[in-house]
Design a protein around this ligand. Structure first.
Ligand code: ZN
Length: 317
């Protein structure tokens, strides 16, 4: 029997519900999955219904305007920038990359209230983004106004909005893939250029396709910054690879089948060095590309080199 959001927030998830009135609650996805498998699944598959439903339940419990944030998605849902396909559209995914551009914060009208200049009637118009969509005619049936409006800011729903761009890290491509990410309200102003992040969000296309190629973006619901900010420079890259390889090697030696679980490698390197799992994932991919390890469907890893690879960059002369 599946739980509803209200029961989840009152019961197993109550420890995440704030005692004061903060603007958000953050729940690790595995906790949600332990609480209720169906709720966890619908968050992944249909975030555009699941998040409003969860936030409505919070509002009914007295937490009005409280954002529901989910982080730490399963590994199968976490990708490097551009490594997901169009079948991920409309679902919740985690994307790992480096912030390469940060736009200024703008106020964004989610619902713009247009006041009729003839009769004063308020005409609320929900906004898809971009150019303001104005009413076609005044909602007052006796009024004939079709084009004279003033925007009533206090009656509009205005949110802070910020667009950033993230780029794939550890890429051998000349032109690594990038993705636009939209940040709202409390997520705004949390990132700067050079930050290496895993962003959980809904993967979507812009609602006004006017080009043959749809523009995609990630609508963020949570951000986890890597604790090692230096991934941008190559020193940290090689270090993450070295730590990952050494840990995989140690765990494989300790195991009975000369292999080890990828999950254990991720957890162990992440605990030991404070590196985000997305980065360790990228390091494993990179080690595999170089033929040092093999990764199998069942989530296990084997060392496939008999020599000890060198990860240190050559000393500068
Ligand atoms: Zn009017």
């Amino acid at each position: 029997m599946s739980m509803d959001w209200t029961a989840a927030f009152e019961g197993p998830l109550s420890e995440y519900v704030p005692t004061d009135t903060t603007a958000r609650i953050r729940v690790p996805w595995p906790e949600l999955d332990d609480t209720d498998h169906d709720l966890a699944r619908v968050v992944l598959e249909d975030p555009l219904s699941a998040f409003p439903a969860a936030e409505d339940a919070l509002a009914e419990l007295g937490y009005t305007d409280t954002a529901f944030r989910v982080f730490d998605l399963p590994e199968s849902r976490t990708y490097r920038v551009g490594k997901y396909g169009s079948d991920a559209l409309g679902t919740l995914i985690g994307v790992h990359g480096e912030v390469v551009n940060v736009e200024a914060i703008k106020p964004f009208a989610e619902t713009a209230a247009f006041e009729c200049s003839y009769c004063g009637t308020l005409n609320p118009m929900s906004q898809p983004g971009g150019k303001l969509v104005k009413p076609f005619e005044c909602q007052n049936e006796t009024c004939e106004n079709t084009n004279q409006w003033s925007l009533n800011v206090s009656e509009s729903e205005i949110a802070d909005f910020q667009e950033i761009l993230i780029k794939r890290t550890e890429s051998s491509l000349d032109d690594p893939p990038v993705e636009a990410v939209y940040l709202w309200d409390d997520l705004c102003e949390t990132l700067s250029k050079g930050d290496v992040v895993t962003i959980v969000g809904t993967y979507d296309t812009l609602p006004w396709p006017d080009e043959a190629v749809l523009k995609t973006y990630l609508d963020a619901v949570s951000i986890n910054k890597s604790e090692q900010p230096a991934t941008v420079d190559e020193v940290a890259d090689w270090k993450v690879k070295k730590w990952t390889f050494e840990e995989a090697d140690r765990l494989c030696d300790a195991g009975s089948g000369y292999d080890c679980s990828k999950r254990d490698v991720l957890r162990s390197v992440s605990d030991e060095y404070g590196v985000a799992e997305g980065e360790i994932n990228a390091a494993i991919d990179n080690l595999e590309e170089q033929g040092y390890v093999s990764e199998y469907q069942d989530g296990r890893i084997q060392i496939t080199t008999s020599s000890d690879p060198t990860f240190e960059p050559p000393a500068e002369l």
